[in-house]
Ligand binder design. Structure first.
Ligand code: AMP
Ligand code: MG
Length: 431
């Protein structure tokens, strides 16, 4: 059985990130903040605009010629004539000559002739005259054209994830359309005769297919597009057909259930019969041991057509365990990083994120597998602290997972962590 680290390395090794040419599309930024947020640039962006676009004032004050006021002092004040008012959005009309100044506001265009701004707190204005008693440094409070960014230089690199600052930069630079990676399509199917929909009355023995919801949310969180394929009964023919359809319509397929060694666990043999190459059958992780990972070549078999664009990455199939907590933990630990790599995100963003925390509750494990214990992480005086959530830590108990934000990780061989000791915690929400 593979260790968690071995499985992680193997899975990430199977993923070929999207190709910037083949797997990208145009994104309209204009009026489309929600569509742009989280998308990843497939090409670097440059702008034809300088930032600032023109020399402008960093202060409310007076635009002056440094040489006129360089020697002013309380003993030798200098009085200048105000020849123009320059509010925001106004193009100055006058050239500032000897003994002249312009009233200027933050961000407004510097008038020609002036090279320095005196903040209004250091000026006394009477009518159209301003008196200065403190000599500024030359060029003070002037933001020079191109000082922040020079037109034609690289503005944003490929691989950057578009969040508020990046979207604002694109808007400011008038980049109304950019090239981004397409979003990975992730088919999700649930196996099990016992599963019903959220609004179906439960008969004895039935449960709701909650994994469909959990996995769709985790897929969407990475920026990929979940495609819910619903529930498939535990019969080999139906399952084979559902898997065949899923692998023809997605970049990644997630199924849950049917991967352990029960009498109705058919997933692995079906994957093999459809030409899948099985890379992982089990991982030493708790919860989540029965994890199947397979790949399918992207070449369609004769007679079949792929309904998605060709990709250089093979189709990745994750047969996740059915137990609701196991499905979530294996998705956090293995599936989400693979999706982020596929989507074109730089390695630093693949995740998961681990932090060191002081546990406030004693943690225990049988030490046989790497154990993930769910609880709440908080930041106390600059240090992370972890509380194990109360209640059952059975992989079948989804209920007390709600509201948690971290999973304490106990490596193989570690059976106890005492309260007050440090432990590694995998972040699954905001601390
Ligand atoms: P399996 O791996 O198919 O043996 O399933 C293990 C356990 O997880 C069983 O108790 C199943 O009822 C439960 N389970 C399987 N699939 C789901 C699902 N989609 N949603 C909620 N629970 C499930
Ligand atoms: Mg099952």
């Amino acid at each position: 059985m593979l260790s968690v680290a071995q499985a992680e390395a193997l899975i990430l090794g199977l993923v070929q990130p999207f190709n910037p040419e083949q797997d990208s599309e145009a994104l309209n930024v204009s009026g489309n903040v929600s569509g742009a947020r989280g998308r990843i640039l497939a090409r670097p962006v440059t702008s034809t605009l300088n930032f600032p676009h023109w020399d402008n004032s960093a202060m409310d004050g007076y635009a002056v010629r440094f040489e006129d006021i360089q020697d002013c002092s309380p003993e030798h004040p200098v009085t200048l004539e105000i020849v123009e008012e320059i509010p925001a959005g106004y193009q100055p009309q006058r050239v500032i000559g000897k003994g002249q100044a312009a009233r200027i506001l933050t961000g407004s265009v510097m008038p020609s002739g002036a090279d320095t701004v005196v903040m209004q707190e250091n000026a006394q204005r009477v009518g159209n005259q301003v008196t200065l008693q403190i000599a500024p440094s030359p060029g003070a409070f002037v933001r020079r054209q191109g000082e922040f960014y020079t037109a034609g230089d690289p503005l944003l690199p490929a691989g950057l994830v578009l969040q508020a600052p990046e979207i604002a930069v694109l808007a400011a630079a008038q980049c109304a359309q950019v090239r981004v990676y397409r979003q990975p399509r992730v088919a999700i199917l649930s196996t099990g005769n016992e599963l019903v929909e959220i609004d179906q009355p439960l008969q004895p023995g039935q449960i709701v297919d909650s994994n469909q919801y959990a996995l769709a949310a985790l897929v969407a969180q990475t920026g990929a597009l979940p495609q819910g394929l619903g529930r498939v009964p535990d019969d080999p023919a139906s399952l084979k057909q559902a898997v065949a359809e899923a692998i023809a319509s997605a970049d990644v397929v997630l199924s849950s259930g049917g991967v352990s060694v029960g009498d109705y666990d058919y997933v692995e043999e079906i994957l093999a019969s459809l030409g899948g190459e099985i890379h992982i059958r089990a991982v030493a992780i708790k919860p989540g041991k029965p994890l199947t990972v397979a790949t399918f070549s992207r070449q369609p078999e004769t007679g079949t057509t792929l309904s998605i664009p060709p990709s250089s990455s093979p189709l990745l199939y994750f047969g996740l365990p059915g137990n609701p907590v196991s499905a979530l933990v294996t998705c956090w630990r293995f599936v989400q990083p693979a999706l982020r790599k596929l989507a074109g995100m730089p390695q630093s963003g693949w995740g998961p994120t681990f932090v060191t925390a002081k546990t406030r509750t004693r943690l225990s494990s049988d030490g046989k597998r790497e154990s993930y214990l769910w609880g709440c992480l908080s930041l106390v005086n600059g240090q992370f602290e972890f509380d194990l959530v109360r209640g059952s830590h059975s992989s079948g108990n989804l209920i007390n997972l709600a509201g948690t934000n971290g999973l304490a990780v106990l490596p193989i061989g570690k059976t106890q962590v005492q309260a007050g000791e440090l432990v590694t915690v995998m972040l699954v929400g905001s601390p």
